[in-house]
Design a protein around this ligand. Sequence first.
Ligand code: URA
Length: 253
Amino acid sequence: MKHYHLGFGQEDLGTNPPQIALLSGEPERSRYLAQTYLQNVRLLSEYRGLNSYVGYLANGKSILVATSGMGAPSLSIVVNELIQVGIKQIIRIGTCGSIQPHVQVGSIVISQGALCRQGAANDIAPVEYPAVADPFLTVALVESAQKLNIPYHLGITASVDTFYEGQERIKSSANPRLQPWLSGITETYRHLNILNYEMESGTLFKMAGVYGFAAACVCAVIAQRTEAEDIVIEDKELAVKRCLEVVLASLQE
Ligand code: URA
């Protein structure tokens, strides 16, 4: 049966079906990842921009590459259907904004857990339910970053629903007026030793706990929110490439 949003079903995954999915927010990143790093790649679907591919690592491991779209509601649908086609491990490869001066643009953040301020997650588990990464996948990512000498940070991520209001963007937003409780939230998070803002990992981690699969998240740092609101577009390619290399090295054994 083809799943409505993914556009493919378990029967499309062949005789050596993947148990690992690499999940990116952008369809272009999914395509690049599949075409650059996998062998014998097959396009599974391009429905709604949720591009999915299946292919193999050099060690013969079967890998599914999927696209979550932006934000937790879209991710929750994709993840739900990925589990239904037999996926047991999901590694999110995303982008983020740093909220600590020492977490610099171009580096990568590996999330050990998330502060989850996401409505979609509340439909899946109580708000107090922990949003934690799988320790084994996470340690493997850290070890790969160390081996490859890639600048990385391991810590807590703030996973929120909105890029503008929820991440306290005012100057670059159509809405210059924040709700009072969001004014100063970035500074509050900085004092709580939260490393970065992104928009998907909290719900992914809670789903992993509830559904019983393993999840991890690595994000390329493309904004320095202690200095500015803007995305530093010229450093994005390098930071994303670092994430991809760390993830792929963690899967080679
Ligand atoms: N993604 C986010 O959610 N925030 C940023 O600042 C950059 C990428």
